[in-house]
Design a protein around this ligand. Structure first.
Ligand code: NAG
Ligand code: NAG
Length: 341
């Protein structure tokens, strides 16, 4: 093996062990213009989302009244006790003539099917710490679709321009100097790895807040990665939830605009990429997630959890509530949103 490759493998192994990370594949549940966290009841919601997880997904999901593990009959995640819903905006290419087409995702390496995400629950470097699983009804939001400023992109949210085709999300820690806070500007021959990471501290009381963010926080000093302690206002350490999404931007290289402008847009119309955001709606069955944290589950084969077959996860899909063309053929406009520029 090449020396550089050896070092990379060793480093990945060390990080993996130290962080005690559980990661698993979830295939696409649906693409839908709904947002039961930020715009409950709105059908359609302002922009399109790509959504994974339990099929109790609905336009409105009452945190008290609805129990996702009870209301779901399947989940698109490999851990079959996880009926949470996870979603982000999706990405479009805009051709010189103004038409849009959806940027497809690479097959998820875990599941070998187009779309979906790899989900992480990371305990952190300080192995002795108690990590508290989310309570029933918990939900949270990271990022802001209206943001266009790089410095306001939350920590742990970034893009990696992959040089070579490898469709592999597992390429070392995200949001390093190899990543950008906005959309990569040039052609990326291996597509993009998009990372969305949530804060890792909780106030210990509220399962949600008006902005869906105030009940969670980043460490008081330092970072999650450096073992920074939670602030007094948000003293409870929760798993660091992270999404990894691999986009295949390469089919558009031949249609690249002559003026050289970066041609990709989030579904909410942002062409800077700084509007990167993710939504989380907890739905693990019983105390399964707490067990996973306590036994330091790694990857997608943890003994403390039930794992379903890949085929079963892939078979869990849901029709759209807001009937909308998702853009696999050319669209004259973004579904519901105006392009920023
Ligand atoms: C969605 O929610 C509505 C209103 O609560 C309910 O009537 C309907 O059965 C739910 N649909 C699905 C598919 O869960
Ligand atoms: C717009 O451009 C794309 C990419 O070149 C092309 O495939 C499509 O047919 C064009 N659409 C229209 C309406 O001209």
């Amino acid at each position: 093996m090449h020396l550089k490759a050896l070092v990379a493998v060793a480093l990945a192994g060390r990080l993996g062990a130290a962080q005690e990370l559980m990661r698993f594949g979830c295939s696409q549940l649906t693409f839908d213009r709904i947002d039961p966290l930020v715009n409950p009841g709105a059908m359609p919601s302002p922009h399109m989302h790509q959504i994974i997880g339990g099929n109790a997904l609905n336009v409105t999901m009452d945190p008290q009244g609805l129990d996702p593990p009870t209301a779901s009959t399947c989940t698109s995640c490999t851990y079959s006790q996880d009926f949470s819903n996870y979603w982000t905006a999706n990405i479009y290419f805009r051709a010189s003539n103004g038409s849009f087409k959806r940027v497809k995702q690479f097959a998820n390496l875990g599941l070998k099917v187009e779309g979906g995400m790899t989900v992480y629950y990371i305990r952190g470097y300080r192995s002795a710490d108690k990590v508290t699983a989310f309570p029933k009804g918990f939900r949270m939001l990271v990022g802001d679709p209206g943001n266009t400023v790089a410095t306001k992109v939350p920590s742990g949210n970034c893009f990696r321009c992959e040089d070579n085709f490898q469709q592999n999300p597992f390429q070392g820690a995200p949001c390093t100097n190899r990543d950008t806070k906005g959309f990569p500007k040039g052609k990326c021959n291996g597509g993009w790895r998009v990372t969305v990471t949530f804060p890792s501290c909780w106030d210990g009381k509220n399962t949600d807040s008006p902005d869906h963010k105030s009940h969670i926080s980043y460490p008081a000093s330092g970072t999650f990665e450096s073992g920074g302690a939670c602030p007094k206002t948000h003293p409870v350490k929760i798993p660091q939830v992270m999404y990894e999404i691999m986009y295949d931007t390469t089919p558009f290289h031949n249609d690249w605009p002559a003026n050289g402008k970066q041609p990709f847009y989030w579904s909410h119309g942002d062409d800077t990429g700084h509007g990167i955001h993710g939504d989380y709606l907890f739905g693990w069955k019983g105390d399964a997630l707490q067990k996973a944290m306590d036994t330091k589950c790694a990857n997608d084969n943890c003994k403390a959890l039930e794992r379903q077959s890949d085929a079963k996860a892939i078979a869990c899909t849901k029709g759209q509530f807001a009937k909308e063309d998702i853009g696999d053929k050319w669209l004259t406009s973004l579904p519901g949103a105006a392009p920023l520029s």
